[in-house]
Design a protein around this ligand. Structure first.
Ligand SMILES: Cc1cc2nc3c(=O)[nH]c(=O)nc-3n(C[C@H](O)[C@H](O)[C@H](O)COP(=O)(O)OP(=O)(O)OC[C@H]3O[C@@H](n4cnc5c(N)ncnc54)[C@H](O)[C@@H]3O)c2cc1C
Length: 205
């Protein structure tokens, strides 16, 4: 029964429920919104529905006062229906929010890793990195990461300390960027982005 209510493209988790951290809210919420708009359009008198949006003016009575006074509202409704859905701040994370926050944690942690780490710090860092392919809540992300770690094990960089680790993690992130069709990040900018702040001083307290 729940299966029938799922929007196309929704990824199910191991528990059979939609896997929120595996999907981008803007894509699955957009599909849901379109589906809601389509079913509303099939109802009689659907023209005033807020989900209907862009095409409702075509069926409005032309030349009437209602058209001019309703034009602003119709334009606003159309704009709202075109805007990407935004995940409310207090909802469970989607794949993008989880990713952004995880990268923030990982890059910041790498940028504050000591230049000459103690044996205990090295062990802790390796445990953290090795745990991700098992624990990261987006299964396909975790599986790609696991393959990357096998091909590019972090041990030598963790052994070397901060600078090497920052570069290695930048490489991990760039692999994901490329896979998602995003620009590569210049790894020379990592210290400014994640620890020192940019040279123009805009990040300084
Ligand atoms: C381990 C991991 C695996 C992931 N795998 C997937 C996946 O398979 N599929 C998927 O859809 N999403 C995945 N994500 C999420 C994805 O990487 C993004 O976090 C998400 O798409 C949001 O992207 P964004 O454009 O906001 O910026 P993000 O990619 O989250 O980056 C945040 C900020 O980091 C900085 N940055 C960007 N690249 C680098 C870099 N190379 N080095 C240092 N800093 C950088 C930039 O300032 C950027 O604004 C993964 C996330 C993580 C942590």
């Amino acid at each position: 029964m729940q299966q029938q209510q799922l929007a196309p493209g929704v990824i199910l988790g191991p528990d059979g429920k939609p896997c929120k951290p595996c999907m981008a809210f803007r894509s699955f919420a957009g599909v849901k919104k379109k589906a809601a708009g389509a079913s509303a359009a099939q109802q009689p008198h659907a023209g005033s529905s807020s989900a209907g949006g862009g095409t409702s003016t075509a069926s409005s009575p032309s030349g009437s006062a209602a058209l001019s006074s309703g034009a602003g509202a119709a334009a606003a409704a159309a704009a709202a229906s075109l805007a990407e859905p935004v995940l409310p701040a207090d909802c469970p994370p989607d794949v993008e929010r989880l990713g952004r926050h995880t990268w923030t944690f990982l890059h910041t942690t790498a940028s504050y890793f000591p230049p000459s780490p103690s044996p205990h710090q090295k062990t802790a860092m390796l445990s953290l990195l090795r745990a991700l392919p098992t624990l990261y809540p987006c299964g396909s992300c975790a599986s790609h990461l696991g393959s990357y770690l096998e091909a590019h094990p972090p041990e030598p960089e963790v052994e070397s300390g901060r600078e090497a680790l920052e570069k290695w993690l930048c490489g991990v992130h760039n692999e994901v960027n490329e896979r998602l069709g995003k620009d590569r990040f210049d790894c020379g900018d990592v210290p400014q982005r994640w620890r020192d702040g940019w040279a123009d001083g805009r990040c300084d307290p």
